[in-house]
Ligand binder design. Structure first.
Ligand code: KG4
Ligand code: ZN
Length: 359
């Protein structure tokens, strides 16, 4: 019988505390996808909303409060004891240094107390592998479009830990473009999902907004200029409407600018993804990270890929944004594939900046 490992995963890189338990096969080279037994999440969004964005010090302090109760919650849900845990995986980076230190500190303290090894995981690798927990898991190799709050990257993925960066944003990430445009429209932090909701009733062709770097000849992105264009357009609308705030404009106009902004972001993500697929000759696309929850992005990608016989894989909607399940999963998959071993050295560090292709 194949020996099984119970991996506890801890995510604390930004404003969500996530803890999860997965069970995987201990055999190196096993292709069995680890099973998610339980996961629990606490989002700090409400606390940060009053400040219009994440306050790093408050984030760290809140992770401290949440992480152990969440660990107890998942152990109970999975009907496991703490002593059953074989490996403790945690997010080592990238992210907010203080927030990462909380998860790393708790993980290494648990490991030391239990006499079990620990494993530092790359947050973006967690996102990238998260579709393996979906009902329709991908197979290697594939192109990955990673669209989180802080990163926009296209990767060629040949296996666990085998990542080649094809292109990335040279300034703002797609998530930032959503959030910053939403802020200009008077929407609360993080505005991405709220802007997307407004956009549902708007006309995406109402305002001509730039598609930055669309014809750059490479797979890089740039979204900072788009945000400026949205700001200029919003100011024009406010002046023409004789109001003092964007949110005082007729709702139809607000929806139209939201829809036009979303269309510009999605258009660039779609076209660059298709170019990456064409150039690589690969026929699978994996979309991961918070912006991967965007309905318009999913519709556009699904339609374009269906025409080209390309399979698209997404994480389950509730695992698109930050969570502990993806960290436990990535830790388990790294162990199974043999690219990393868990360590009994509990002197930890974190990597607030950490390129995924440097793993
Ligand atoms: O991956 P994630 O949870 O955090 C990071 O690792 O950064 O991504 C968060 C980002 C935020 O920018 C948020 O506004 C965006 O994902 N987001 C969305 C949607 N849901 C989350 N953007 C557009 N449409 C959505 N439905
Ligand atoms: Zn993330």
């Amino acid at each position: 019988m194949v020996q099984k490992l119970l991996v506890l995963g801890i995510e604390s890189s930004c404003d969500e505390t996530g803890v999860a338990l997965v069970r995987c096969e201990a055999a190196t080279g096993s292709v069995q996808v680890p099973a998610l037994l339980a996961h629990a999440l606490y989002s700090q969004i409400e606390m940060h909303q009053a400040f219009g964005g994440v306050v790093p010090e408050l984030a760290s302090r809140d992770h401290i409060r949440r992480v152990l109760p969440l660990a107890q919650e998942v152990l109970i849900a999975a009907d496991c004891q703490l002593s059953d845990v074989d490996v403790v995986a945690y997010t080592r980076g990238p992210g907010l240094a203080g927030a990462l230190l909380v998860g790393a500190g708790v993980a290494c303290a648990l490991g030391a107390a239990l006499g079990k090894p620990v494993l530092g995981v790359h947050h973006l690798e967690g996102h990238l592998l998260s579709p393996f927990l979906s009902a329709d898991p991908p197979q290697f190799p594939f192109i990955a479009l990673l669209v989180s709050g802080g990163h926009t990257q296209l990767m060629r993925v040949d296996g666990v830990g085998r990542y080649v960066l094809l292109g990335e944003s040279i300034d703002d990430a797609a998530g930032e473009a959503f959030d910053k445009s939403a802020k200009l429209m008077g929407l609360a932090y993080p505005g991405g999902p709220l802007l997307a909701r407004l956009a549902e009733s708007g006309n995406p062709k109402a305002y001509a907004l730039p598609r930055p770097l669309l014809h750059s000849g490479n797979l890089d992105f740039s979204f900072a200029g788009l945000k400026t264009a949205v700001m200029v357009q919003a100011k024009k609308m406010v002046a023409a409407g004789g109001v003092s705030l964007f949110e005082e404009l007729p709702r139809a106009q607000q929806c139209d600018l939201a829809a036009s902004t979303q269309a510009a972001i999605v258009d660039v993500l779609l076209r660059k993804s298709l170019t990456a697929l064409k150039e690589s000759g690969l026929t699978r696309l994996v979309v991961a990270g918070g912006v991967g929850a965007n309905r318009h992005l999913r519709e556009q990608l699904n339609a374009a890929c269906a025409k080209r016989n390309i399979r698209v894989h997404y994480p389950e909607l509730h695992l698109c944004t930050d969570n502990g399940a993806m960290i436990a999963l990535a830790g388990a998959m790294r162990l199974q594939s043999g690219v990393q071993q868990a360590s009994m050295a509990y002197a930890f560090d974190v990597k607030p900046r950490w390129p995924l292709d440097m793993l």
